[in-house]
Write a protein that binds this ligand. Structure first.
Ligand code: TXA
Ligand code: MG
Length: 305
């Protein structure tokens, strides 16, 4: 049996398979099987109210699960397969189970572009629910080794596709009943690219939609973080960006935001592993992917619960 077939049969048996996507590694399970979904929550140590993204092959598969409004369809046509997640009204006959949606009337759907993720979806033949393959509140995993470090024996199989090329989670857009489009999470696709197609995105009203990925303290390394730092103070290690802010470690020596996104989580993990008590991070321009990088850094720097 090939590794992919083995992965598909583990999923059918309700087991957990971590797999690479273009954004970060996902901790996958059969989205239709509530027991398997519960196993994912347990493995992540994730509060059960936090809904999961269901991964599908394409638009047709998404439409079997949810009602995609015209602007959602427009975005799917433009960006799928790719790093965009769309939250839409769940169909009564959806295969994605209620637990995966944490009891909400909506479901988050994404068609990933990464070939190994598409191959797994094809081999399995149904939606795969997968949050990022890290312990809840920890930084996301961008390599198979990160997944094993974080989740260990609670994952039945880790498919290794090398480093996740983008390194930052998908952008999440939700569509309210009145047709407004809300930016729930900034991510790999810049806000401006989406707004160019469907007009202005609104910020969600606090508490109106459960998007616990929006919890203030999230994506947190062990070390304390200080942002917008010109240089390291005593007791800090410096994480640089660009030629003006070089460091012992750098997100991108040449100041490239795409490279910085890809390096973000691995850099935080490496500095954590080096035993640093505090990390001073260079200023990151707040444009394009920089918005999502700053969003993750702010959450990582937020006071811990
Ligand atoms: O790039 C990604 O999106 C990665 C890869 C594996 O696809 N997945 C990922 O999943 O980042 P996760 O579970 O770590 O983040 C999903 C976010 C959470 O903040 C969750 O609250 C939100 O999506 N979410 C899921 N379903 C939702 C829904 N029905 N309504 C609002 N937010 C939802
Ligand atoms: Mg996550």
């Amino acid at each position: 049996m090939s590794e992919l077939e083995q992965a598909a049969s583990l999923l059918r048996a309700g087991r957990l398979v971590a797999f690479p996507t273009e954004t970060v590694y996902g901790l996958g399970c059969d989205a239709a099987n509530p027991e398997a979904v519960a196993r994912v929550f347990a493995a992540k140590g994730r509060p059960a109210f936090n809904p999961l993204i269901a991964h599908v092959r394409d638009i047709a598969a998404a439409e079997a699960e949810a009602i995609l409004r015209p602007p959602a369809l427009r975005l799917a046509e433009a960006f799928w397969p790719g790093p965009l997640t769309l939250v839409s009204k769940r169909r009564a006959e959806a295969r994605v189970c209620e637990l995966a949606c944490a009891g909400l009337e909506t479901v988050a759907l994404r068609a990933p572009a990464f070939p190994m993720a598409q191959a797994l979806l094809a081999a399995f033949g149904g939606p795969i629910a997968a949050p990022s393959a890290n312990r809840s509140g920890h930084v996301s995993a961008t390599s198979a080794a990160h997944v094993r470090e974080d989740l260990g024996v609670s994952v039945d199989l880790v498919l290794d596709g090398g480093a996740a090329p983008i390194g930052l989670e998908s952008t999440i857009v939700a569509f309210a009943d009145d047709g407004r489009a809300l930016l729930l999470r900034s991510g790999a696709i810049a806000r401006a690219e989406i707004e160019a197609l469907i007009g202005p995105l609104e910020a969600p009203v606090a508490g109106a939609i459960e998007a616990p990925g929006m919890l203030a303290s999230h994506y947190a390394p062990r070390a304390r973080l200080r942002l917008d730092a010109e240089r390291a103070e005593v007791g800090e290690v410096y994480l640089g960006f660009g030629p003006e802010h070089p460091g012992a470690a750098t997100l991108s020596g040449r100041g490239d935001l795409v490279e910085a996104a890809a390096n973000l989580y691995a850099s935080l993990r490496a500095l954590d592993a080096s035993g640093a008590a505090a990390i001073a991070v260079a200023p990151i321009p707040h444009e394009g992917l920089g918005q999502a990088i700053n969003d993750r850094l702010c959450r990582a720097a937020a006071p811990r619960e």
